[in-house]
Design a protein around this ligand. Structure first.
Ligand code: SER
Length: 600
């Protein structure tokens, strides 16, 4: 095994796939750009769905390779064990209806063994066993055998294990083959095999063969294209290459763990609890820092959707910091450490560190105050229950802890568990719904609707956002710069730097400009170029990712030029019309516009 750092692994991967004819493309923002159905980017495929569907050719060609920052918080409660993370980097190689299983499997094997130096006898794979009228993936089995893998290293498993997608309710999907490294630990039992969660076999890479489409009736029909979507986890692979027991022991986490230890002043009696608290703080602060520094911006600690996920990450870290006697102010210090570790790869961390630190400090202070009050209330509740020989905290009380004291339900659940109590979760939810009529789910990574159900209107909103940005520059000047953007199927939201409320005349001027451009029916064109060349042409560049020499540049006549991953409409007339619904303050020095498109 070649002991590689994360930096070395990224470079080894990208250059290996370049040598196989792939073009490096930049990864996307962790805050989805044109997909209202997810709160965060959970896989490299999100930004590529239109190209996987064949709706349009990708400007960089049919073989792509990238590093994608991913956030998955569905398993947030499992963080603290050896491998779960809410943020991770995923290396990918993509075939857009180009090569298929033979090349994908051969290259995976070559990279793992010849480049990374894994011993083939430690390599195990799983393949799709067949289900719902779709046959077993005998081709993948045969291809793995051709690489020299013995039968007892190849495990056909059902859909539950070896099928990926679709991302929404409908869309591209297919069987996959997953690659595992045997850690050498003893089997946990007779049924232990790759895919078992005991920690003997660690999955590091997944090759998805996207050859099916799940249609609206829930049937799998041939997609008519053969895509490959692969994902290799950076943290886990570095861990396996170093022969270390957990991802938190790798060089990736070393400076973060060291900082946590430096700030800690006490240790819980139970060493397991110390370990768990350190890992939770490290993981959650890394994720929160990447969200707050994201170039797209717009997610702040709050009570709904992505904002709530961010709040929960920060607040959990704060709560666990108390186990270790870490003094207030630690979130800012950890963000600095995390920025130092990653800034050469993700320049946005350094660029947005100052505002990230402000947000962290404010949220930490807010939470510390409520935590003190809530702890007193929780103790009282627990005491009362015990006095009456009861074990369940009512939904109403849990909601009061949430609403008045800022305790997320999950935290009440954790505290209750520590005290041997239960919580009436259904009652909490009822109280919560009644009170807030929450419109959005709070569980990140859950896809509520089909991606492509909304993709058309989202694409139009996306182009409208470029026009709005250009119009703001014309009306307010070049300092009215994008700070954040968020698109749902209902509206677009655009944050930009501007010190004061826009006047009615300015708003009308912006609307008129955009509607004028729509009426003119201007063609939207896209070309591949370098960041430098695009900037030299006067393009607005909002994203700074070090990877990918080639970026796509969208030009709307002489109205707008922006580096952007798309997709966009082909002509501005497809937008119909544009209307600003609201202009309001977003934060100090930042204004927010909400707008819609359609026939007025
Ligand atoms: N989309 C697949 C995954 O996340 C492969 O990239 O595992």
């Amino acid at each position: 095994m070649n002991k590689l750092t994360a930096d070395e692994l990224r470079e080894a991967y990208l250059s290996f796939f370049e040598s196989k004819g792939h073009t490096r493309i930049p990864g996307a923002s962790v805050i989805p750009e044109n997909d209202p159905t997810v709160l965060f980017t959970t896989a490299g495929m999100h930004p590529l769905v239109p190209y996987l569907m064949g709706q349009m050719p990708h400007p960089a060609g049919t073989r792509l390779t990238d590093v994608q920052k991913c956030i998955r918080t569905g398993d947030i409660d499992a963080v603290g064990d050896s491998a779960h993370l809410t943020f991770f980097e995923m290396l990918g190689n993509w075939s857009l209806n180009d090569y298929f299983k033979p090349e994908a499997i051969a290259w995976s094997f070559e990279f793992l063994t010849a480049k990374l130096g894994f011993d083939p006898k430690d390599l195990y794979v799983t393949v799709f066993a067949g289900e719902d009228g779709i046959p077993r993936d005998d081709e993948a089995i045969e291809l793995w055998k051709q690489q020299g893998l013995p039968d007892d290293h190849i495990f056909p498993l059902p859909r539950e294990d070896n099928w990926w997608g679709p991302a929404g309710t409908t869309g591209p999907c297919g069987p996959d083959t997953e690659m595992f490294i045997d850690t050498g630990k003893p089997k946990c039992g007779d049924g232990c095999r790759p895919g078992c969660h005991c920690g003997k076999y660690i999955e590091i890479w997944n090759n998805v063969f996207m050859q099916y489409n799940k249609n609206a009736e829930g049937k799998f029909e041939p997609l008519g294209r053969h895509n490959v979507d692969t994902g290799m986890g950076v943290e886990r692979t570095v861990c396996m290459l170093s022969g270390l027991p957990t991802v938190f022991d790798t060089e990736i986490f070393a400076p973060i763990m060291a900082k946590i230890d430096e700030l800690s002043t006490t240790k819980p009696d139970d060493p397991e609890q110390t370990l768990r608290a350190r890992r939770i703080i490290a993981d959650h602060m890394r994720t929160a820092t990447f969200i707050l520094c994201d170039p797209k911006g717009g997610v702040k600690p709050g009570n709904i959707g992505a904002n709530y996920v961010l709040r929960r990450l920060i607040r959990r870290a704060v709560r666990y910091s108390r186990f270790l006697g870490i003094a207030p102010g630690f979130t800012v210090k950890l963000a600095e450490t995390i920025c130092e570790k990653y800034r050469h790869v993700y320049p946005e961390l350094a660029e947005n560190l100052a505002s990230c630190k402000n947000d962290l400090e404010a949220e930490e202070n807010r939470f510390n105050q409520t935590l003190d009050k809530g702890a007193a209330m929780f103790a009282k509740v627990a005491e009362q229950l015990k006095l009456h020989n009861q074990t369940q905290i009512s939904g109403k009380t849990a909601f009061k802890l949430y609403d008045t004291f800022g305790y997320p339900l999950e935290m009440t659940l954790e505290l209750a568990k520590e005290q041997g109590l239960e919580v009436d979760v259904a009652g909490f939810e009822e109280a919560n719904l009644k009170h807030q009529e929450l419109s959005r789910t709070t569980s990140a990574g859950s896809f509520k609707a089909g991606l492509q159900d909304n993709s058309e209107v989202v694409t139009r909103m996306h182009t409208a956002t470029h026009l709005l940005h250009a119009a703001l520059h014309r009306v307010l000047g070049p300092t009215a710069n994008q700070k954040g953007s968020n698109i749902t199927a209902e509206r677009l939201r655009f944050d930009f730097t501007w010190p004061e409320k826009m006047t009615d005349e300015q708003i009308a001027a912006v609307e008129n400009l955009v509607n004028g451009w729509i009426a003119q029916g201007i063609d939207v064109t896209r070309k591949m170029t370098t960041v430098e060349a695009a900037k030299a042409e006067g393009a607005m560049a909002l994203f700074g990712s070090k990877y990918g020499d080639q970026v796509s540049l969208y030009t709307i006549g002489d109205v707008s030029k922006e580096i952007c991953s798309g997709p966009h409409v082909q002509n501005t007339k497809e937008l119909g019309s544009f209307k600003i619904l609201k202009e309001q303050s977003s934060s100090a020095g930042v204004r927010r516009i909400k707008a819609v498109i359609g026939n007025m």
